[in-house]
Design a protein around this ligand. Sequence first.
Ligand code: G6P
Ligand code: MG
Length: 258
Amino acid sequence: MPASPKTAPNLNKLLQQKNIRALIFDLDGVVTQTAKLHAAAWKKMFDEFLQNGIENGPKSQPPFSIQTDYPRYLDGISRLDGIRNFLLARNLELPPGQPEDTFEKRSVWGLANYKNELYQQLLQTQGVAIYPDTITWIKQKRAENFRTAIISASKNCLQVLQAAQIENLFDVRIDGNISQERNLKSKPEPDIFLEAARELNISPTNCAVFEDARAGVQAGKAGNFGLVVGVNRKDASEAKALLESGGGLVITQFPGSQ
Ligand code: G6P
Ligand code: MG
């Protein structure tokens, strides 16, 4: 989808008007094209589970939908919380299980481990693609002395940044591992963004948040950030969902790259 000329160029002006000094970026779907790989791994795992794995609960289930289930229940959410969200939505229950469980155990941990195996396979076979518009804009803003942070619910965040060779574009990183160590709540709670602002040593009101996930936009809104920007890499209906989740504006591309 082409960039909306109304929204993207406004961004640079808005940063100035709102006295923004730091930029906090979500990883998957904003900086790297890895949200698609997560969605594909989730679909493969859940479809296998829905076809063969259900012992208790409604047996006839529609397959996992990348268009509807992913943004509602999994996008931007930690691995285990995402699984719990999806199971609840489908009226299914599984025991939590143990961190070493395999898929065959039919536990939340078993499903999580299998999904991660599938995601790792996709990272190996497809590699990590960046969004060139985001990277160009981040470099431009860093040259203008904006501070930058990367946040992600993902425990694979550092691996993805290293694969794309972009970890040095961020002053601060708060990812899934750090969130676990510090007991930060999953989006839509604002914890991960607030922690990034704290480490940047800049008040949230002077930070802008960039998110492609509905839960992430809600988190930015809940944290009272100076600007919450929905980054829509999908279709127009997703732009509406991001605005309804609390996005101050929605862009389809970063400025300067049209
Ligand atoms: C991102 C993705 C989610 C994923 C989450 C955890 O936010 O949008 O789909 O579940 O990270 O990722 P992980 O790599 O730790 O399973
Ligand atoms: Mg994302």
